[in-house]
Design a binder for this molecule. Structure first.
Ligand SMILES: [Ca+2]
Length: 477
C-alpha cells in the first residue's frame, strides 16, 4: 500500500506540473549551503571586514535566525539535512573520508526523494560528502542531476570508483592512465556521476556553481524545483576566482566569502528576472562553524568548527520568500538543520516519513512569523561524534566534554574553565553570556543536575532508535 501511495502522489504531481496549475501552490525551494562559514563571517551577523551586501539584503528582505543549529562538522549536518534526523541516528556521526565504506543508507527517505514525489525537479550543485561508492551518490538519493564534488576538495577519491567523460579535462600533468593507477587521486569535478575534470579547479567552484544554478533555475522555471547549492567554499584550501582575489579585508578567506555573496546575488537576481521571486523560498546557511586557524570567525560565540561550543554548532541562517516570510525580522528561537525536511516537504504538499523517527519539526510557523510562534524543540542536544556533549533548554546550556587544548581560544578567557584536555563540566546562560565565558556550575548545581538528567534520558531514548548507515563493504559480500 505504501508503494501505491507514493506512486499516486507522483502521478498527481506530474499531472499538475504538466498543466502548470499547481506550480503556484508549491514554492520553488533553494538551499544555499556554504561550507565552514562561521557566525561572524557575514555583514548581517556583525562582520565588518567582509562585505556581503547581497546576503545582507537577503536578510533585510527575509528573516534572520540567531539560534540555528547544525553538527560541528561536514558530513553529519548533510546527513541531517537529507534525512530530517539526528545524524548519529542514521549512522553518520563524523566526517566521511575516502577510506570509509559507509555512506547515507539507500533505505533512508531523503528530502529530494520526497520532493520528487511531489513533482519537483531536483538538483545538487556542489559538494555531497555522504559516501564514496555509487550507491551513496546523490543521484541514487533523489537528485535528478549533480554537478560538483563527491566530498571536500581537500579530500582524495578512489579513481576506479568513477567513470570518466570522453572529453574529461586532466589538469596539472595528470592523465587518465596516471589517475587510474593511483590509490587515491585529487578531488574531481563531476557531472551526473561522470568525472569531467581532475583535479577540479578550486578557483572556479563558485563561478561554475553559480552558472550551473542559473541554468538549472532557468530551465525549470515552469515546474516546481529544488536546488541544493552546496558550495565548497570557504572550506580549505581557500580560493576565489581572479576578480575576487585581494578584494576583502580578511585575506583569501574573506575573498572566498565575498564571491559566495556575489553568487547569492546572482541567484536572487535570476529568480527576480524570471518572475519566480514571489514563489521561491531561498535559504542561506552553513554546515558547521568556522575554521578559526584560517581566519574564520564565530563572532561573539566561543570555539569554532569541531567543537560543541556555540561557535561550532550555531551558524547563520537566513530565509527569504517575499510575501510569505516577514522582511527585516530576527528571531532567536532555536531551530535546527533537521527541521528543513519536514518543513519543506510540507510546503511542497507532502509529509515527512511516518515509519521512522524524524527528529526535525515543522518550523513554518516560525519562518512565516506566525504570532506567538515558538521553537518546536523542548531542547537542543549537542552531539560530537557518537557522544553527547551538551544540552540546551531555554537559555541554559549544560556541557560535558573532554576538550582538546584549543590554541585559538582568546587569552582573555576565564582561566578557571579548565578546558585543556580536561573534562569540562560547564553550565552557561546563553542569554546573558552568548560567548560561554562564565561557567555557572557552582552557582546553579541544581540546574546543571536537571539538564544532565534530561540529557542522559534523551540519550537513552535516542539509542533505542538507531538506523545503520549504508555499508558498501557488507553489500559487496
Ligand atoms: Ca563543513
Amino acid at each position: 500500500m505504501k508503494t501505491l501511495g507514493v506512486l499516486m502522489v507522483c502521478v498527481v504531481g506530474l499531472a499538475c506540473a504538466a498543466s502548470g496549475v499547481a506550480a503556484a501552490d508549491r514554492p520553488n525551494l533553494v538551499i544555499i549551503l556554504t561550507d565552514d562559514l562561521g557566525y561572524g563571517d557575514l555583514g548581517c551577523y556583525g562582520a565588518d571586514d567582509i562585505a556581503t551586501p547581497n546576503v545582507d539584503r537577503m536578510a533585510k528582505e527575509g528573516t534572520r535566525f540567531s539560534s540555528f543549529y547544525v553538527s560541528p562538522v561536514c558530513s553529519p549536518t548533510r546527513a541531517s539535512l537529507m534525512t530530517g534526523s539526528i545524524a548519529q541516528r542514521v549512522g553518520i556521526g563524523g566526517v566521511l573520508f575516502p577510506r570509509n565504506t559507509i555512506g547515507l543508507n539507500p533505505d533512508e527517505v531523503t528530502l529530494p526523494e520526497l520532493l520528487k514525489g511531489q513533482g519537483y525537479a531536483t538538483a545538487i550543485i556542489g559538494k555531497w560528502h555522504l559516501g564514496n561508492e555509487d550507491m551513496f551518490q546523490p543521484m541514487n538519493h533523489g537528485f535528478d542531476t549533480w554537478y560538483g564534488t563527491p566530498a571536500s576538495h581537500s579530500q582524495t577519491y578512489h579513481p576506479t570508483l568513477k567513470k570518466y567523460a570522453s572529453d574529461c579535462v586532466f589538469r596539472e600533468g595528470y592523465t587518465l592512465e596516471k589517475i587510474l593507477k593511483m590509490d587515491e587521486a585529487p578531488c574531481p569535478l563531476i557531472r551526473d556521476n561522470v568525472v569531467i575534470e581532475v583535479p577540479a579547479d578550486p578557483t572556479q567552484f563558485t563561478q561554475r556553481y553559480t552558472k550551473e544554478s542559473i541554468r538549472f533555475i532557468t530551465e525549470h522555471k515552469d515546474v516546481p524545483f529544488f536546488l541544493y547549492l552546496a558550495h565548497n567554499m570557504p572550506h580549505l584550501p581557500l580560493h576565489a576566482s581572479e576578480a575576487f582575489v585581494g578584494k576583502s579585508r580578511r585575506g583569501i578567506y574573506g575573498d572566498a566569502i565575498q564571491e559566495l555573496d556575489w553568487s547569492t546575488g546572482e541567484v536572487l537576481k535570476t529568480l527576480k528576472a524570471l518572475g519566480l521571486d514571489d514563489n521561491t523560498l531561498v535559504i542561506f546557511t552553513s554546515d558547521n562553524g568556522p575554521n578559526l586557524s584560517k581566519m574564520g570567525s564565530a563572532g561573539p560565540l566561543r570555539g569554532g568548527k569541531g567543537t560543541t561550543y556555540e561557535g561550532g554548532t550555531r551558524v547563520p541562517f537566513i530565509a527569504r520568500w517575499p510575501g510569505r516570510i516577514p522582511a527585516g525580522r530576527e528571531t532567536g528561537e532555536p531551530i535546527t538543520v533537521m527541521d528543513l525536511l519536514p518543513t519543506l516537504v510540507k510546503l511542497a504538499g507532502g509529509a515527512a516519513p511516518s515509519d521512522r523517527v524524524i527528529d526535525g519539526k515543522d518550523i513554518w510557523p516560525l519562518l512565516s512569523g506566525e504570532a506567538g510562534a515558538r521553537s518546536p524543540h523542548d531542547a537542543i542536544c549537542y552531539f560530537a561524534g557518537r557522544s553527547v556533549q551538551g544540552f540546551r533548554e531555554g537559555d541554559w546550556k549544560y556541557r560535558y566534554a573532554k576538550d582538546k587544548p584549543d590554541k585559538h581560544e582568546s587569552k582573555k578567557k576565564d582561566k578557571s574553565q579548565k578546558v585543556n584536555a580536561e573534562l569540562a563540566v560547564q553550565l552557561f546562560n546563553l542569554r546573558d553570556d552568548i560567548g560561554e565565558q562564565k561557567n555557572l556550575i557552582d552557582e546553579h548545581p541544581e540546574i546543571a543536575a536537571r539538564l544532565k538528567q534530561l540529557m542522559d534520558a534523551f540519550h537513552a531514548d535516542f539509542q533505542q532508535n538507531l538506523r545503520p548507515p549504508g555499508d558498501a563493504e557488507s553489500e559487496a559480500k
